[in-house]
Write a protein that binds this ligand. Structure first.
Ligand SMILES: Cc1cc2nc3c(=O)[nH]c(=O)nc-3n(C[C@H](O)[C@H](O)[C@H](O)COP(=O)(O)OP(=O)(O)OC[C@H]3O[C@@H](n4cnc5c(N)ncnc54)[C@H](O)[C@@H]3O)c2cc1C
Length: 419
């Protein structure tokens, strides 16, 4: 099977890179084992919320110089200050052009609301979610918070308590639909995805309840367990007489699953080949050049291409594997940066910075992977698998995935032009 580019891993990084390459006429395949981190997404993409030294970031574009100084191996440092600004704006345009509706700009972080009602900075938030411009001020004086009876992954009282700290009052309403009774027979079925499938089919009834119970509130706050079908959220918003805003629930994330599915469908409609449920297992490499990769499902039938992109995620997606004495990358056995002193991997204080978050695949400044300290000329590495950043402490997870993927797509396309 011959392609221009083979992408290994079909999460946010693989899909952004694949769509960008297809838009410029490349033939691409994405081979992906399974679910991605998007299935657990908060509904927001973070770019940079804090510097490695812990200082809060308000404007990611103006903090990039400090980041480069503090963390020279950070993927953003490899991208460089000017390209960081260009790629952030290219990313915002990229999503607009493919009709993924997102609020926000890299010039100023806004605030999203967590499932516990806490306000956290972020870059881009998916359509329909509650956001605020300031940490101390919500856009409403009074709201009605709704939850479904028996749904345990959403906490209205915590949210109401946090809202009150900013001066916003809330009333809380539990409601039920007969159609949900079949799920309620087994409490473990009361999960956001199952509930969304039922609510999406009963939008009229849900909107009648919201209109009836929300009294004099300025907005309806609803758990993000609706909208697996994109049109149902639009319909709900039309039928309810005041703004309906979503707050993320505990995973799985409906908005994330919807985004994954949307990007997948866009990639396939644009002519890409997406092989779900297959894994790349190894490769043929000669003189620091990859010629073929092999998958479990296709046995000895190889995938050949001019370029390969490794976007297999971090430990969570098994892009990196940690054993008791080493951390390795399982497909190409690429060089991985990590401490050989295992005590440095973890900090027993769970909420402090963890060494293992920074570990990942080593690359050059063009994100080409390295094997035995030599750069592999046509193997690029994108997203969560990369070394040198802490997606949790910095709040930079999706930003690194999106910006490195766009940067790699640019390099592949410009190398092609140069012939
Ligand atoms: C649980 C969780 C929640 C997160 N939530 C947020 C959030 O709300 N906002 C934010 O900004 N960041 C968040 N992050 C950070 C996250 O890492 C990035 O946002 C981003 O989604 C990562 O995308 P990725 O494509 O690099 O990796 P992944 O999403 O992990 O995708 C990697 C894909 O590669 C596949 N794969 C692995 N090995 C192989 C193989 N050998 N062959 C083929 N396919 C393979 C996996 O099955 C998976 O589908 C979260 C991370 C985690 C772990």
């Amino acid at each position: 099977m011959k392609f221009d580019t083979v992408i290994i891993g079909g999460g946010l990084s693989g899909l952004v890179c694949g769509i960008r390459l297809l838009q410029q006429g490349q033939r691409c395949v994405i081979v992906s084992s399974g679910q991605s981190a998007l299935h657990f997404s908060s509904g927001s993409f973070d770019l940079l919320n804090a510097l490695p030294n812990g200082e809060n970031v308000i404007n990611p574009l103006s903090s990039i110089n400090d980041l480069v100084e503090q963390a020279p191996k950070h993927p953003y440092s490899k991208i460089g200050k000017d390209n960081f600004e260009k790629l952030s704006s290219e990313a915002e345009q990229f999503f607009r052009e493919i009709d993924v509706e997102l609020t926000g700009t890299a010039r100023k972080n806004h605030y999203r609301i967590t499932p516990m009602g806490i306000l956290k900075p972020t870059w881009l938030t998916m359509d329909g979610f509650a956001t605020a411009e300031s940490k101390d001020n919500l856009p409403w004086n009074k709201v009605s918070i709704f939850n479904i009876t028996g749904f345990l992954d959403f906490y209205p009282q915590f949210i109401a308590d946090e809202f009150l700290k900013t001066g916003t009052e809330s009333d809380i309403h539990l409601f039920n639909l007969e159609a949900l009774d079949q799920l309620r027979r087994n409490p473990s079925e009361m999960r956001s995805t199952n509930i969304a499938r039922i609510l999406d089919k009963n939008i009229e009834e849900v909107s009648r309840i919201l209109n009836e119970k929300s009294g004099d509130s300025e907005a309806v706050i609803f758990p993000a367990c609706i909208g697996l079908e994109a049109s149902s959220l639009d319909k709900l918003r039309k039928l309810v007489k005041k703004p309906v805003v979503l707050i993320p629930t505990m995973p799985p994330s409906i908005a994330g699953i919807h985004t994954q599915q949307y990007l997948h469908d866009y990639f396939v409609k644009a002519g890409g080949v997406y092989m779900l449920g297959d894994s790349i297992r190894n490769a043929d490499m000669q003189e620091n050049h990859i010629s073929k990769v092999y998958s479990f499902n296709h046995g000895d039938i190889p995938f050949t291409a001019d370029n390969f992109v490794l976007a297999t995620g971090s430990y969570f997606s098994q892009g990196l594997i940690a054993t008791s004495d080493e951390i390795y990358e399982p497909v190409f056995n690429l060089d991985v940066s990590y401490s050989t002193d295992r005590k440095e991997w973890y900090n027993p204080k769970m909420f402090e910075q963890q060494g293992y978050h920074h570990y990942g695949v080593k690359t050059d400044d063009s994100f080409r992977g390295m094997y035995k300290e030599k750069v592999i000329q046509n193997l690029f590495v994108a997203g969560a698998i990369l070394e040198g950043f802490d997606p949790i402490k910095e709040g930079s997870g999706a930003g690194v995935s999106i910006l490195t993927s766009l940067s790699i797509a640019r390099t592949i396309l410009s190398n092609k032009e140069r012939g």
